[in-house]
Design a protein around this ligand. Structure first.
Ligand code: NAP
Length: 256
C-alpha cells in the first residue's frame, strides 16, 4: 500500500480501458494522478471518480500526436504538483485493416498515435525527471506485433514492436539520469476499445487463454505498479507479458 505516496503520475489514455484501471490503482496507492486523454468528457469523469473514491486526480486534455499539446500537458502537471515522477505511456488505438485495403492514412494514423505519440510523451517528461535525477516510465506495448500476429493488425503490430525498439535505446540514454523505462505487453484485456472487436472475436480469444478469462485493466495496472515502484529501481529496458498465458500454447491441442 501507498507505493505511490508523494509521487506524481501521468497516465495517458486514462479516460477509459486499461489507462483508467492504471489511474485508479496508482491513485489507490497514494499517487497524484494526471488523467491524460483526447476524450475530455470521459477523462473528466475518470478524474472525478478517482476523487470520489478518496484519491487525488486531475484531468489534463491532450492529443498525444500533437507535440505542442503534449509539452503543454507536461508543463501543466508540473505546475500543478511540482514534479513528474512516473509516466505511463498507454494511449493507443487498434483499428483493423487488411494490407490490401490499408490506406496510407490508415498506416499513418496508427503509427502516429501509437509510436510517435509515445515518443512525444517520453520526450516531454524528460526535463522534469532529469531535474529530479529520478523517473520511471512504463509503456503499453502488446503481445500483438512483438510476439504474435493477427490479420488486420499489421500496422498496429508494427507500432507495438516499434515501441520496444524505441524503449531499448531510450533505456541506455536515460540510465545516467536514474530514469528507467520498461514495457508491459498485455494480451486481451476487456476494455471499451476491445469491445469494438465484437463478441465472436472475444469468445475465440477467451478459448485461447490458458487462464480461461480475458484480462482486467487492473491486471495490467498491478504489473505497471511494480515497474514504477522503488522496488524496481534496477530494472530497465525490459518487457513483461501479462496475458493469462495466451502466448504459450504451441497448438490448440495444448489447451485441452
Ligand atoms: P481504449 O479502451 O480504446 O482506451 C484508449 C484511450 O486512449 C481512449 O480514451 C482514447 O480516446 C485515448 N486516445 C486515443 N488516441 C489518443 C491520442 N491521440 N491522444 C490521447 N489519448 C488518445 O483502449 P485500451 O484497450 O484501454 O488500450 C490501451 C492501450 O493498451 C493501447 O495502447 C492498446 O494498444 C494497448 N493494448 C490493449 C489491449 C487490449 O486487449 N485492450 C491489448 C494489448 C495492448 P478515444 O476513445 O476518444 O479515441
Amino acid at each position: 500500500m501507498n507505493r505511490m505516496e508523494n509521487k506524481v503520475v501521468i497516465v495517458t489514455g486514462a479516460a477509459k480501458g486499461i489507462g483508467r484501471g492504471i489511474a485508479q490503482v496508482f491513485a489507490e496507492e497514494g499517487g497524484r494522478v494526471a488523467v491524460v486523454d483526447l476524450d475530455e468528457q470521459a477523462g473528466q469523469a475518470t478524474a472525478e471518480a478517482i476523487q470520489a473514491a478518496g484519491g487525488q486526480a486531475a484531468f489534463f486534455p491532450a492529443d498525444q500526436t500533437r507535440w505542442e499539446q503534449v509539452e503543454r500537458m507536461a508543463r501543466a502537471v508540473a505546475d500543478q504538483w511540482g514534479r513528474i515522477d512516473v509516466l505511463i505511456a498507454n494511449a493507443g488505438i487498434f483499428p483493423s485493416a487488411r494490407i490490401d485495403d490499408m490506406s496510407e492514412a490508415d498506416w499513418d494514423r496508427v503509427l502516429n498515435v501509437n509510436l510517435k505519440g509515445m515518443f512525444f510523451c517520453v520526450k516531454a517528461v524528460l526535463p522534469y525527471m532529469r531535474r529530479q535525477s529520478a523517473g520511471r516510465i512504463v509503456i503499453t506495448s502488446s503481445i500483438t506485433g512483438p510476439i504474435t500476429g493477427y490479420p488486420g493488425w499489421a500496422h498496429y503490430g508494427a507500432s507495438k514492436a516499434g515501441m520496444l525498439g524505441f524503449m531499448r535505446s531510450a533505456a541506455l540514454e536515460l540510465a545516467k539520469d536514474n530514469i528507467t523505462i520498461n514495457a508491459v505487453q498485455p494480451g486481451n484485456i476487456m476494455t471499451e476499445g476491445l469491445e469494438g472487436t465484437g463478441e465472436e472475436y472475444l469468445e475465440v480469444m477467451r478459448k485461447s487463454i490458458p487462464l480461461g478469462r480475458l484480462g482486467d485493466p487492473k491486471d495490467i495496472a498491478y504489473a505497471m505498479l511494480f515497474l514504477a515502484s522503488d522496488e524496481a529501481s534496477y530494472i530497465t529496458g525490459q518487457t513483461l507479458v501479462v496475458d493469462g498465458g495466451q502466448i504459450l500454447p504451441e497448438s490448440i491441442q495444448a489447451l485441452e
